[in-house]
Design a protein around this ligand. Structure first.
Ligand code: GRF
Length: 215
């Protein structure tokens, strides 16, 4: 399986996915990482692991459609089986989402449909929620709201700050994202409208549902 990864920043999820591949758990290759930010730390992570990594500057393009056209072209060259958004901080245009329909996934740091959009961890904290979490989902035109593959529940503690809560959530992101990608690579995903079923997975477990198998 060929995976392309889009990033904008730190790249810790990218690193977790690379490690999943390196360890032999995920049978896949990453032929391309693209960042829309020049100084994204994730570009250095990719280079460290000899993964082709490119900064594609949005500045010369007059709108999001034109930029996304370039991304589509670059991605089509490698013909990815899966396009993984890992902290990619730009809203994708409809033609991009259509080009990679059913092979485009994202991770969001909340239990969607709660706390969609930016700063999801802070939203949950400010709301006074007692649980939040993270979600791996297919990307549809409905922002942060596509069919859900896997979710992890994370408690919110009285003394939490945005930082402590984000770290607690992130430790689960680094497990559920590689797990979801592994399931996709194994052809175990069935999608029916909004409903995703992972074949032979164990459902009904806490804090992660369906149950983690490898991470
Ligand atoms: C993560 O919290 C992810 O859920 C969100 O953006 C952050 C990216 O972190 N979409 P990293 O770049 O993978 O470290």
């Amino acid at each position: 399986m060929k995976i392309a990864v889009l990033i904008s920043g730190r790249g810790s999820n990218l690193k977790a996915i690379i490690k999943g591949i390196k360890s032999g758990k995920i049978k896949a290759k990453i032929p391309l990482v693209i960042s829309n930010k020049k100084d994204a730390k994730g570009l250095d992570i990719a280079k460290k692991y000899n993964i082709p990594a490119r900064f594609i500057d949005p500045a010369p393009y007059k709108n999001r459609e034109d930029y996304d056209k370039v991304l589509i072209k670059e991605l089509e060259k490698i013909d990815p089986d899966l396009v993984v958004l890992a902290g990619y901080m730009r809203i994708l245009t409809d033609p991009f989402i259509e080009a990679f329909e059913n092979r485009l996934i994202n991770i969001h740091p909340s239990l969607i449909p709660s706390f969609q959009g930016l700063k999801a961890q802070k939203q949950a904290l400010d709301y006074g929620a007692k649980f939040t979490g993270c979600t791996v989902h297919y990307v549809t035109k409905d922002l942060d709201n596509g069919p859900i593959i896997i979710q992890a529940v994370v408690p919110i503690l009285p003394n939490d700050t945005e930082k402590t809560l984000s770290e607690r959530i992130l430790s689960y992101e680094h497990r559920i994202y590689p797990q979801a990608i592994k399931w996709i690579s194994e052809g175990r995903i069935l999608i029916k409208n909004r409903h995703v079923i992972v074949k032979n997975a164990e459902y009904g477990t806490l804090p992660v549902n369906p149950k983690l198998e490898d991470f």
